[in-house]
Design a protein around this ligand. Structure first.
Ligand code: SF4
Length: 373
């Protein structure tokens, strides 16, 4: 993580930006705003954390960039009074939960996430009522209110360890069914003795919650749900769903660009794997994908994920050509350079979590770190 004292090499930033945008006029417009943000961070004592899906202009000046787990870990190390979180709402909440002494600013509080919106605390209570013996694990992409209702949090990188270490024989993963199914297929031989279920979807018409038992290959229906309903039918990432919708597009990219390596995110549809468009070895977390590119030595990579990740990979391995059917996350794009400036100038909006949600959500995160040991 870059400290406030470590200076930015602006010539390098300008080169990277030009290389990514290929638009000289744009670079000349944004550079002074980027410099203003860096000056404000130094003046106000603020650390900028930026997710890999943020615009490259923010990633290049951030003190730390990463996926949700890495940013959670880095948030704990921040020793400046302010954290400016360039990412979505649940990530800023996690930073606040992990480092409550600091003031966490999120430049636009409407930066949500379709996964986080896909489940509600009431639904978890209903699932628990019908499955009292099961441990319930929520993906890190969930609100603090959701985290408060589960036993522990999980990420794609630590799921296997958590499943093996949790004492319950039956485990329910939520809310993203694509991630849960892909993870299950990848780790099923290494989690013997565990029965894995996951939340599949909500039937708005009949008010039913569907679970899938991945181990048995069966489906379960939990009827008569009366609480707060989700905003979406499934807890999937809409960006990766969109990328999965047209396997023909993958084939045409393959034919046209002849890439050395094709990789996708865990949140893409498992149908792409069942139908042979990708293998289980070609999918992983955001961090896994960066590592796959580094280790492979590939020079031309077709990447199936939010396309700003390409900026980070290009920055780390400039000789790699990244090809991606570009789908940008509308929530991540809510954070702009101007909003970051405004946030630093006004010290708003501040992320807060009321009690008892704060303590309960924190316990779920602490449990994750315990189960990772
Ligand atoms: S890319 Fe998907 S998982 Fe990430 S914030 Fe956007 S909707 Fe959520």
């Amino acid at each position: 993580m870059r400290t406030l004292e470590q200076k930015i090499d602006w010539d390098d930033v300008e080169d990277k930006l030009y290389d990514f945008r290929k638009d000289w006029q744009h670079v000349q417009i944004v550079l002074p705003i980027m410099k203003r943000i860096v000056d404000l961070c130094e003046k106000e004592g603020a650390t900028l954390l930026a997710h890999y899906y943020q615009i490259p202009e923010l990633q290049y000046i951030a003190h730390s960039t990463g996926d949700s787990l890495k940013l959670c870990i880095d948030a704990q190390k921040v020793n400046t009074p302010y954290i400016v979180f360039c990412g979505v709402h649940f990530m800023a909440e996690s930073a606040h939960l992990l480092n409550p002494e600091k003031t966490v600013l999120l430049p636009d509080t409407a930066a949500s996430c379709s996964i986080a919106e896909g489940i509600t605390p009431d639904m978890i209570k209903h699932i628990r009522k019908h499955n009292p013996e099961s441990a319930i694990l929520a993906y890190v992409n969930t609100t603090a209110a959701t985290k408060a209702e589960v036993d522990a949090i999980y990420t794609s990188s630590n799921a296997q360890k958590i499943l093996n270490n949790i004492p319950n024989k039956k485990v329910i993963l939520l809310p993203d069914p694509n991630l849960a199914e892909n993870l299950f297929r990848k780790m099923k031989d290494k989690i013997s003795g565990k029965e894995v279920l996951y939340y599949k979807e909500y039937d708005f018409e009949n008010k039913f919650i569907y679970l899938r038992n991945a181990t048995k290959g069966t489906e379960l229906l939990l009827p008569f749900f009366k609480g707060e309903v989700p905003k979406t039918k499934t807890g999937a990432c809409y960006v990766h769903e969109e990328l999965s919708r047209s396997p023909q597009m993958i084939l045409s990219y393959k034919q046209r660009f002849n890439p050395d390596l094709i990789i996708g995110h865990f949140e893409i549809s498992p149908d792409l794997i069942s139908e042979g468009y990708l293998s289980l070895d070609q999918i992983g977390s955001t961090t896994d994908m960066i590592e796959m590119v580094k280790k492979s030595g590939a020079r031309k990579v077709l990447m199936l994920t939010e396309c700003h990740l390409g900026a980070s990979i290009k920055s780390a391995i400039p000789e790699v050509e990244i090809i991606t059917p570009c789908v940008l996350c509308k929530y991540m794009q809510k954070i702009s350079l101007d909003k970051v400036v405004q946030s630093l100038e006004t010290k708003k909006p501040v992320i807060t979590i009321p009690e008892p949600t704060f303590s309960k959500a924190k316990r779920a995160i602490t449990n994750m770190f315990e189960l990772m040991k």
